[in-house]
Ligand binder design. Structure first.
Ligand code: RB5
Length: 152
C-alpha cells in the first residue's frame, strides 16, 4: 500500500511519527512536506498535494496533518473524488473507511497524543469499505453533489 502524507509546521512532528510508523510496517510513504516544525507555513499547499496524489491514483490513500486537522480536511475536501475524514478516535477512523470510503485521513497534531494518532492511522488503514450496499449509494450521492456544486 502506498500512502501520501503532508502537513504544515504544526503537524510536522506527528507527520514524522506517522511516516516512521508506516515505514516500519513496510508501507510505502510519499512525503509531500513540510520538512520542519520551525518555519510557519500554510497547510493548504501540502494538503492539496496529498489530495492531488490520491485523486490521480498515484497513491492508495492520503494522510494530512495540521494543528487541529481542520484546515487540511477543509482543503482536501475541495477536490472532486476526495473524501477526507477528520478523525479524533479509532471508531471514527473505522467508520470513515467502512461507511464513507474515506480516502484521506486528517489528524490534529495539537489535539491528539501520538499513541492515539497512530492507533487512528492503524484503524483507518485496516478497515475495508463496506461496498455494494447502502453506503455505496450514499457515496454516489456525494459525487452527485460535487457535480452540482462545481457547475454552480
Ligand atoms: C497553525 O497555527 C494552525 O492554524 C494550523 O495548523 C491548523 O490547525 C489550521 O487549521
Amino acid at each position: 500500500m502506498k500512502i501520501a502524507i503532508g502537513s504544515d509546521h504544526a503537524g510536522y512532528p506527528l507527520k514524522q511519527a506517522v511516516k516512521e510508523h508506516l515505514v516500519r510496517q513496510g508501507l510505502e510513504c510519499v512525503d509531500y512536506g513540510t520538512q520542519n516544525a520551525v518555519d510557519s507555513v500554510s497547510y493548504v499547499g501540502y494538503a492539496a498535494s496529498v489530495a492531488e496524489a490520491v485523486q490521480k491514483k498515484a497513491v492508495d490513500l492520503g494522510i494530512v496533518v495540521c494543528g487541529t486537522g481542520l484546515g487540511v480536511s477543509m482543503t482536501v475536501n475541495k477536490y472532486r473524488g476526495i473524501r477526507g475524514a477528520l478523525c479524533c478516535n479509532e471508531y471514527m477512523a473505522r467508520m470513515a473507511r467502512q461507511h464513507n470510503d474515506a480516502n484521506v485521513l486528517a489528524l490534529g497534531a495539537r489535539v491528539l497524543g501520538s499513541a492515539l494518532a497512530l492507533a487512528i492511522v492503524d484503524a483507518f488503514l485496516a478497515e475495508p469499505f463496506e461496498s455494494g450496499g447502502r453506503h455505496q449509494v450514499r457515496i454516489n450521492e456525494i459525487a452527485t453533489v460535487e457535480d452540482t456544486c462545481f457547475k454552480a
